[in-house]
Design a protein around this ligand. Sequence first.
Ligand code: RIB
Length: 307
Amino acid sequence: MNSRVVVVGSSNTDLVVRTARLPAPGETVTGREFAVHAGGKGANQAVAAARAGAKVTFVASISRDEFGDAAVARFEKAGIDTRWIVRDSAKPSGVALIFTDRQGENMIGVALGSNEDLEASHVAAAAAAIREAGCVVAQLEVPLAAVREAALLASGFGVPMLLNPAPATRLDPELLACLALLTPNRGELAMLTGRPTRHRSDIPEAARLLRQKGVGHVIATCGAEGVCWCSDFGARWFAAPRVEAVDTVGAGDCFSGALAAALARGDSMSEAIRFAATAAAICVTRNGAQPSMPRRREILGRLEPAC
Ligand code: RIB
C-alpha cells in the first residue's frame, strides 16, 4: 500500500468573526473576537492527511499574493509536496468570510478567486503522482472539470478516489461511477439525492441511491450522532467521541483527510473510520480550520476501544 495521498482542491484564507449567535439576513450582530486562519477545503484536507501521517501531494491553483504566498510557505513547512500547485492565476487567492457562534455552529461565504482557475490540464500534469498514490481526495470548491479529471485518472489507475461533496452540487453519473468513497454530511447527502436525511433511518436509504450509481462506499458524517458507513455489507453506525465543541469549521475536512491517510496506510475501513472520527472530534475542540488538525500520535492517544 502506498501511503501517499494526493489532494486536488482549494486553498483559502479564513477571516473569522466570533459572535454570540449567527446573524440573520439583513441583521448586524456584534462580536469581540476576530481571527485569520489558514483554510479552504482542499488545503484543510491536505494538512489533515499530512498530520495524520500521510505523505501528501497538493494540486491547487493559488495566486502569488500575500495570502497565497503564506499558504504555500505553510504547506512546504508541513512537508506537503507543492510541485503541482499552479501559481499563475490573475485572480486573488481564495478568501472565506466566516461567523462562528458559542454553540460551535458557523456560516461561511467564499470568494473562490484563484481556486476557480484550477483546470483539468493542471490535474493531468500530476498524473504520475496520482498513479502512485494510495488515495486521491477532492472536494467541490474547484471547477468540476478538475475534479472529474482526478476521478477519471484515479479510477483508471485503480487508485481509490474519495470525494467530499462540499459545497454540494449535482454530480453527473460518469463522475459518481469513478468514486470509491463519498463523504457527505447530512445536508449534502440530502442535496445529492433529493431525499430527506433528518432521521437516522433516512441515511442508508439516501446512500443507497448513490451506491446504485456506482459509488463504492458512502460514509455520511452526522456530527455528534456519528458516522454511517454504507457499503455492500449494509449500513453500520460509528459513535462520535463525546467532546465539547467550540468551533466546527474544518471538522468535515479533518474527517476526510484523516480517513484518506488511514486508508492509504492500509487500515481496514472500520479502523480508518474510527481514526477519522476521533480526529474530527479533536478538531472541533479548537479554533480555526488548519490550526485544529490533530497529529497521528494525538489521534491514536484518544482512540476509544472498538465495541
Ligand atoms: O470546510 C471549511 C472550509 O470551508 C473553511 O476553511 C473555508 O475556507 C471554506 O472553504
